[in-house]
Design a protein around this ligand. Structure first.
Ligand code: GTP
Ligand code: MG
Length: 299
């Protein structure tokens, strides 16, 4: 039996459900998710391996009109996958009409000359008639290899989509060991899980202004727990106050929820210590961006 493999990028506007889809396929949380736009900031692989194939999914930041240097980095990372993959999943959502953002992406996809599968997500939110209209509308915009409606949240039709990808794979190497599920180190996943809780628990500009840096992560021999020290960066003093909350209540909530996720991921007991620090306008400062993991080479 020949082994098959291939790289598949998941591209689309923010908030359409790209990371939810990746996590559903992988059966565990690799990419963080939230109802805030621009949740994902770095490309992240989900490596799906069976005894006959390996599909390397690349989840990407939602493509938007960037307003900061961070935004430029995010959009560039997303588009850079077009040079790295065999197939693109262009994800849109069934419950919102095609917009300028989609058209912009379609133009880039046409130039890229990679096979594109249109994935219409969130079908659980619409009447079948609306879904058909949406499919008809997108169908006329470009020549899609396939059009597949799914619900990433409920899992409807997700396995069919994976089957279609499987059927289209070419003979190839197993690029990664069978037990490797992503390309990022644990430290990155830990920082993301903390950021996810901030995104889920805060509103307005705070989700966009937050970065998380892991200062230390090591086993404490006395308690036999993984001791993690993390700093939550914000852009303004007022934001620091909100993230800490009344008598530290918000920070405590963030820490407790994040710790639970991190313990599941690491399969170990964790002691999580969090600090909040102000770094004025870090999203527009190249050095800060690099320090916080938003440059090409580092995580
Ligand atoms: N009803 C419904 N909601 C969904 C579905 N898929 C994702 N969502 C929700 O949509 C929101 C965005 O999901 P994400 O997976 O973070 O979206 P994303 O495309 O990765 O977003 P960015 O990282 O910002 O580009 C979350 O609140 C999800 O729960 C779906 O199939 N149905
Ligand atoms: Mg995402």
């Amino acid at each position: 039996m020949t082994f098959k493999s291939g790289f598949v990028a998941i591209l689309g506007r923010p908030n359409v459900g790209k990371s939810t889809f990746l996590n559903h396929v992988m059966g565990q949380k690799i990419a963080i998710m939230s109802d805030k736009a621009q949740t994902t900031r770095n490309k992240i692989m989900g490596i799906y391996t069976t005894d006959k194939e390996q599909i390397v999914f690349i989840d990407t930041p939602g493509i938007h009109k960037p307003k900061t240097a961070l935004g430029d980095f995010m959009v560039e990372s997303a588009y850079s996958t077009l040079r790295e993959v065999d197939t693109v999943l262009f994800m849109v959502t069934a419950d919102e009409p095609r917009g300028k953002g989609d058209d912009m992406i379609i133009e880039r996809l046409k130039q890229a000359k990679v096979p594109v599968i249109l994935v219409v997500n969130k079908i659980d939110k619409v009447h079948p008639d609306q879904l058909l209209e949406q499919i008809e509308d997108f169908r006329t915009q470009m020549d899609f290899k396939e059009i597949i409606p799914i619900s990433a949240l409920q899992g409807n039709n997700v396995s069919h989509l994976v089957d279609v990808l499987s059927d289209n794979l070419e003979e190839g190497f197993q690029y990664f060991p069978a037990d490797q599920i992503t390309d990022h180190p644990e430290r990155f996943l830990v920082s993301e899980m903390i950021r996810e809780k901030v995104l889920q628990l805060t509103r307005e500009e705070i989700p966009h202004s937050v970065a998380v840096v892991i200062d230390e992560m090591k086993r404490d021999e006395d308690t036999d727990k993984i001791h993690i020290r993390a700093t939550i960066m914000v852009e303004r003093d007022s934001q620091k106050g909100i993230v800490i909350g009344k008598q530290g209540s918000m920070l405590k909530k963030i820490g407790t929820l994040a710790r639970k996720d991190i313990e599941v991921m690491l399969g170990d007991k964790v002691f999580l210590e969090t600090w909040v620090k102000v770094k004025k306008n870090w999203r527009d400062k190249k050095l800060d961006l690099a320090d916080f993991g938003y440059n090409e080479k580092e995580y």
